[in-house]
Design a protein around this ligand. Sequence first.
Ligand SMILES: O=C([O-])CC(=O)C(=O)O
Ligand SMILES: [Mg+2]
Length: 219
Amino acid sequence: MSSKVIRVKEICRNIIAVGRNYAEHAKELGNPVPQGNPLIFGKPVSSIITEGSIEIPQGWKELHHEVELGVVIGKSGKFIQEEQAMDHVLGYVLVLDMTARNIQDQLKKQGHPWFLAKGFDTSCPISNFICKSAVKDVNNLNLQLTVNGVLKQNGNTQDMIFKIPNLLSYISKYFKLEYGDLILTGTPSGVSAVKHGDVIEAKLDDLVQMKYPVIEHGN
Ligand SMILES: O=C([O-])CC(=O)C(=O)O
Ligand SMILES: [Mg+2]
């Protein structure tokens, strides 16, 4: 195993996120579970932070945490076959897909993209990189998130509707995956709103943990 430190924020050139990949989360927001193909959307690379605070844009209400497993691509590929998909994985990060839920709801009603609600600065906090070889079974990883010490999300990657090989195969039909690209695999249930002064802590099994305070601009 290489001891080289991978800094995902420095190598990432594209973030592709999967939505409603856990049935319980789709249900808790009253959304249908995707049928056939995964639901995908983008977040800009500029939304990644590796330290500091999550900043709520002034006046925004209902900023939700979504803890997710992030897959970091190691080998480029287009039309990746499911059987080969894991060869394209370099490793993982724990990710928060921070989402301004009320803004997303408005955009949804108008038939507009979710970009603003999910792509603003600091909306993609990530953990340190975890090498693929450090993970025994990626389909059995516990995802936990607390706000001010209170457990809010407690899920497991075994409940993903579309598993990683399926996601990489589908996404790479349309987006050539390159070294450093980051795939967000969707959040389990338990999402809730955070406010100025809250502290979010999240962990992925016993592999990695992270802590991000939340501040609101203007406070
Ligand atoms: O906004 C949503 O609920 C979709 C999403 O990102 C997820 O399921 O992780
Ligand atoms: Mg999400």
